[in-house]
Design a protein around this ligand. Structure first.
Ligand code: AMP
Length: 513
């Protein structure tokens, strides 16, 4: 039998006793455990009636056992479908109704609340909890797995068979299930191991959630395919991370990790001396954060760009200039181009347009949404990412924001990133988000939402006066609003939709006829 993704993982395994992951309570799993425990989960799933192609939906707290369940699904030929731990019962209802999983695995504490939702969708409900501290984890699926055999005959799965469905965060409209094949995941992990020079000597600090592509596929699959080890934290905790740094060689994080670590006095050249690679992604890393990090630690953060639907697309180079504010070059085997959004005409260097990608990393389409899938691909197979950007003369890709965040004011296009960069450079500004909100005269009014540092004396007119000399008139924010912090989701992305709702009436009183 051949199982495309798991065969690859097995073929790369280091010595059986080598550590795969170490949990915060000191328990550690070796690569031999990876084989044995993922086999147990695969056996448990088969016992529950899971057949090839069945979905296994999972909403559990982060644990090493949950990664074993992911591998168990792959080996059993099932489709792993992780769900954000923050989702409410009503949201879970939507996902289960849409995905129709055979089994739904939740935290033991939520079983009672979610059993009716699972029942309605025709899914069996099982539970998997965090570690009990006795070398096992709690829950009915954990019990089944720990009673199941240590051997498993992997179910046959080819490169194009689905390995996972990840729902997009759905900030505009319904959340969509991105279907990812065995080869989508395998090819991207193979490439990243090479590009970022991962080896069995590496120890990765893993503090990301594992319901998202970053923590689940980028981090975990890269560790598995290089035979490396990971220090597995239940959540981001700057004190814990700094204490672990002398034992680690790499860390992957969202920009907020880096911003928060920079606020910690213990972040120094000495604490980070053992680390060879800091990776950032999932949201834009401010150029200022990049520079501050380099000044404090001597390390240039390597920024990369990806999304749920495509895995990773571009990366700054391992060797060579890691340019702040860019996401680097297309990864080997991945084609990236910039197009005029309406016509699809390919644009030249430094021209701003839609980022499109093609390659073995790009997903198979949206679950049960053939029309939506068709509308997001060009006839020649390029996926329309929805991100706006440009490629500069050296080949570095720059992201200028989501297409839906583009502001059209008085008929002119305004790219929020350009204005945000100018505002962020002003002394006393911590960060900013520029949005378009309804405006009677202009269609949308450019609006800046700014966080200033506690001591800064900045006022709206100060921001205006700096920008006036630097930006064309139509780009100038009509209003600057100061807030204590910007709303962010768990991956550190600023939720501009929330800001747009909050300030929707801003120009109503002044612009009504
Ligand atoms: P998700 O599907 O949740 O991973 O979100 C993908 C989106 O995150 C992309 O389409 C980009 O808009 C954004 N993104 C990911 N990485 C970066 C990055 N390095 N810089 C800017 N935006 C990013």
């Amino acid at each position: 039998m051949s199982n495309h993704l798991y065969d690859l993982i097995r073929s790369r395994m280091p010595a059986p006793e080598k550590t795969f992951a170490e949990a915060e309570d000191g328990r550690s799993y070796s690569y031999q455990d990876v084989e044995a425990i993922s086999a147990r989960f695969a056996n448990a799933l088969i016992e529950l009636g899971v057949r090839p192609g069945d979905r296994v939906a999972v909403q559990v707290e982060k644990s090493i056992e949950a990664t074993m369940l992911y591998l168990g699904c792959i080996r059993a030929g099932a489709i792993f479908l992780p769900l954000n731990t923050a989702y409410t019962a009503a949201e879970i209802d939507y996902f289960l109704t849409d995905a129709e999983p055979r089994v739904f695995v939740c935290d033991p504490a939520r079983r009672e609340a979610l059993a009716p939702v699972a029942g309605k969708a025709g899914a069996l409900i099982e539970t998997l909890g965090a570690s009990t501290g006795q070398g096992t984890s709690a829950g009915t699926l954990a019990d089944r797995a720990f009673a199941a055999p240590l051997q498993f005959d992997d179910v046959d799965r080819g490169p194009d068979d689905l390995a996972a469905i990840l729902y997009t965060s759905g900030t505009t409209g319904r959340s969509k299930g991105a279907m990812l094949s065995h080869e989508n995941l395998a090819s991207n992990a193979r490439t990243l191991v090479e590009e970022w020079r991962f080896s069995a000597d590496d120890v990765l600090i893993h503090a990301l959630p594992i319901f998202h592509t970053h923590g689940l596929f980028v981090a975990t699959n890269v560790v598995l395919l290089s035979g490396a080890s990971m220090l597995f934290l239940a959540k981001f905790d700057p004190d814990r991370i700094l204490a672990l740094m002398p034992r680690a060689t790499a860390m992957m994080g969202v920009p907020t990790f880096y911003v928060r670590l920079l606020q910690h006095p213990d972040l120094t050249r000495e604490t980070t001396a053992n680390i060879r690679l800091f990776v950032s992604g999932s949201a834009p890393l401010l150029a200022e954060t990049h520079r501050e990090w380099q000044a404090r630690t001597g390390h240039a953060i390597l920024e990369r760009y990806g999304m749920t639907e495509t895995n990773m697309n571009t990366s700054n180079p391992y060797e060579g200039d890691r340019i702040a504010g860019t996401v680097g070059f297309p990864l080997p085997g991945v084609e990236v181009r910039i197009t005029e959004p309406e016509s699809g005409q390919v644009l030249g260097n430094n021209e701003i347009g839609m980022i499109e990608v093609k390659g073995p990393n790009v997903f198979k389409g949206y679950w049960r949404m053939p029309e939506k899938t068709e509308s997001e691909f060009r006839p020649d197979g390029f996926f329309i990412t929805g991100d706006l950007g440009k490629i500069d003369e050296k080949g570095y890709v720059h992201i200028l924001g989501r297409g839906k965040d583009l502001i059209i004011t008085g008929g002119y296009n305004v790219y929020p990133k350009e204005i945000e960069s100018e505002i962020d450079a002003i002394n006393g500004v911590v960060e900013s988000a520029v949005i378009g909100v309804p405006h009677h005269d202009f269609g949308e009014g450019v609006t800046a939402v700014v966080v200033k540092d506690g001591t800064a004396q900045l006022e709206e007119k100060d921001i205006h006066s700096v920008l006036e000399g630097r930006l064309a008139r139509y780009k100038l924010p009509k209003r600057v609003i100061f807030v204590d912090e910007l709303p962010r989701n768990t991956m550190g992305k600023v939720q501009k939709n929330i800001l747009r709702d909050r300030f929707a009436d801003l120009y109503r009183s002044t612009s009504a006829p």
